[in-house]
Design a protein around this ligand. Structure first.
Ligand code: FEO
Ligand code: CA
Ligand code: CA
Ligand code: CA
Length: 645
């Protein structure tokens, strides 16, 4: 199906991919200009009119929030299962058979626990909404749902560990909408699997080749086998994926306290850790003999889905922590800002700003833009000010006196560097993403039941401005407001922003929950444990949740919600989708026309007591010989209109 004309490098005119922020804002502004009969220059500065707000109003009824074995969509919508764990991605790939799965088979099939996704239109530079490359991260495995006989502590065999390693990583698969349904194109030259087992990842940036990145596997510190725990992510303006390596610590066995990296590993939670079965069979994951190996994970991976021969790159300039994801926005001067949350209780929000500028006319010129720039961390003041504190070797406390002998040390131990400069501890910051219309950036704090009261003695854990609720079981969303103006005028490289709280999640009808919403949230429309967000072509926020079955009172299914960000619909959430038992929803992304919403349904059946033999659901196949399978679904309006219209 694919042809060489799709190759971005062969195009005479280079264009950014997909729904890149500046494009979305520009398109919306131009529509507005036509409507208002105004000049482009006049409209660029205009605030949305009342008519504009109404035109963008969300017009769907809440889906059911019931927690049961199946999923639920709003009335007037349909959903199609597009891809499931084990589906063959190549013409010669074997069909999925849970009873005879091997690592070699899994390397040719869709991986487990799909998280971040993006739809890259084909051909490159087009706005096709019917043919494209679907990228997916595969974050982790539920061994007890994948294989029979696995206990809580993880007693996988070596062969089962090989399946798990192959089920991690990244997938790219061409998809096309044919006769009204999404199909995968198995003979596409773009289809690719990258895993934790054997795929090579290059290391670049200031920490590449550093002695602390050299391991028994790789004496150069420049080449890593595999990627781990790829959670959320983003896309660059030049059409590559940024994939966050999140909870990399859980794969390592042995006692890190006996090693030269003891303090570093303690800060990231690397061992001693029970339940790291790979370490039983693969020396790579034994930290006592291979103590630098964990330093080779926890990075942002850049990956080019349009070049199946390319080697993905770990970009060390963006720092090492438990990256939920990484999202880009172009600054008015052409530099690129990349935001990333470190998803653990009391960790931080980071921003990287490139030294060079984005070249929209020459894709190759942007290839190594993310290797050189400045990493900063957010400090929120109680007066509504937000300061970005630079993490630069030699500045302030980041010197040899504190164990930082180079920028590589600062990046490898970004958490400790951020501690020393005075970053603000957050309630598990997950996605951080920018509204293309207003230029405001949102930090999704999923929840933190360990947040103490504002008068607690420990400054690190007590409630603070952007994390105002003690015992925060339901999470919230912080709004960061850069200076400079709306949309593409917003200066994301500035040292000082303002901030606000968009919403405090939970049941708005429960006074004890101390929520913050706009008026009119319905009984199925409220949100808890927000995690990933996405913006549709009209700039409305879509929120995927992870934890409503345990964090919401009363328990609700995880789901997908939408809210407007301005006008009377601001922070008035509505539910479009409810996930099956045990599943969270990840990876919301739209086709350029806004008519298909892809969702990653992760870990269906994950619950206490649920296992391969007796899962809490067998979604989506509901066959007695099939376990539950993490899957990609496509949500569409039955009448073919835009999602949310
Ligand atoms: Fe992998 Fe923070 O979610
Ligand atoms: Ca997440
Ligand atoms: Ca997102
Ligand atoms: Ca989460």
């Amino acid at each position: 199906m694919a042809n060489s004309n799709d190759d971005p490098e062969t195009h005479g005119i280079e264009r950014p991919m997909g729904r890149v922020f500046a494009d979305i804002a520009a398109e919306r502004l131009s529509r507005r200009a036509v409507l208002a009969g105004a000049t482009a220059a006049g409209v660029a500065a205009a605030m949305p009119s009342e008519a504009q707000t109404r035109r963008n109003a969300l017009r769907f009824a809440d889906a059911s929030s019931d927690l049961d074995a199946n999923d639920h969509v709003s009335p007037g919508y349909k959903r199609q299962v597009v891809l499931r764990w084990g589906d063959p991605l190549f013409a010669d790939a074997p069909d999925f058979d849970p009873g005879s799965q091997t690592g070699a088979k899994q390397e040719r099939q869709f991986g487990y626990n799909n998280d971040f996704m993006w739809f890259f239109p084909l051909p490159y530079g087009s706005r096709s909404s019917t043919r494209g490359l679907l990228h997916a991260n595969h974050e982790y495995c539920n061994g007890n749902l994948m294989f029979p006989g696995i206990g809580e502590r993880g007693n996988q065999t070596k062969a089962q560990c090989e399946v798990e390693m192959a089920a991690h990583g990244l997938s790219t698969v061409e998809i096309a909408k044919i006769d009204g349904a999404w199909r995968i194109v198995k003979d596409s030259r773009y289809n690719r699997r990258l895993s934790a087992a054997g795929s090579a990842f290059r290391v670049s940036g200031p920490a590449a080749g550093h002695p602390r990145l050299r391991s028994n596997e790789d004496r150069t510190g420049t080449l890593v086998v595999g990627t781990l725990n790829n959670c959320a992510g983003g896309v660059t303006p030049w059409g590559t994926v940024l994939s966050g390596e999140e909870n990399f610590n859980g794969y390592f066995g042995g006692d890190a306290s006996k090693t030269p990296e003891a303090a570093n590993h303690r800060r990231y939670g690397v061992s001693p850790w029970q339940g790291a079965p790979w370490a039983n069979y693969f020396e790579r994951f034994q930290v006592e003999t291979n103590w630098n190996e964990p330093n080779r994970f926890g990075w942002v991976v850049e990956y080019d889905p349009y070049d199946p021969q390319s080697t993905p790159v770990k970009r060390t300039a963006l720092g090492r922590f438990k990256h939920e994801g990484a999202t880009c926005v172009v600054c008015p001067d052409g530099r690129v800002a990349v935001y990333s949350g470190d998803d653990e209780r009391f960790e931080y929000v980071y921003r990287f700003v490139t030294r060079g500028t984005y070249d929209p006319k020459n894709r190759r010129a942007n290839r190594d833009l993310l290797d050189d720039g400045t990493l900063s961390v957010a400090q929120f003041q109680t007066d509504g000010t937000l300061r970005w504190l630079q993490l630069v070797h030699g500045q302030g406390p980041l010197t040899a006196a504190n164990g930082f002998t180079s920028q590589a040390d600062v990046l490898i131990e970004a958490r400790r560097a951020a501690d020393l400069v005075g970053a603000t501890p957050m309630d598990r910051p997950e996605d951080v993403e920018t509204d293309p219309v207003t230029g405001r950036t949102y930090v999704v704090c999923t929840y933190n039941e360990r947040r103490a009261a504002a008068d607690a003695s420990d400054a690190r854990t007590r409630a603070n401005g952007p994390n105002p609720r003690a015992d925060n079981r339901t999470g919230h969303i912080v709004e960061m407001i850069p200076p400079g103006g709306r949309g593409s005028r917003a200066d994301h490289a500035a040292d000082v922003f303002r901030w606000d709280i968009l919403l405090l999640a939970g049941d708005p009808n429960d006074p004890a929950a101390r929520t913050k919403y706009g008026p009119g949230v319905g009984p199925h429309g409220w949100v808890a444990a927000p995690d990933n967000i996405a913006f549709d072509p009209k700039g409305r926020m879509w929120i995927a949740t992870d934890g409503m079955p345990t964090q919401a009172v009363p328990a609700r299914s995880d789901g997908v919600f939408a809210t407007e960000l301005e006008g009377p619909g601001r922070a008035v959430t509505k539910r479009l989708y409810g996930a099956p038992s045990g599943a969270e929803v990840c990876g919301p992304c739209f086709t350029p026309d806004g008519k298909t919403l892809f969702l990653a349904i992760q870990h269906p059946g994950e619950a206490r007591g649920s296992n391969f033999e007796n899962p809490s659901t067998r979604w989506p196949d509901f066959r007695p010989d099939m376990p539950p399978r993490p899957s990609v679904v496509a949500i569409e309006k039955i009448d073919g209109g835009e999602i949310g219209s």
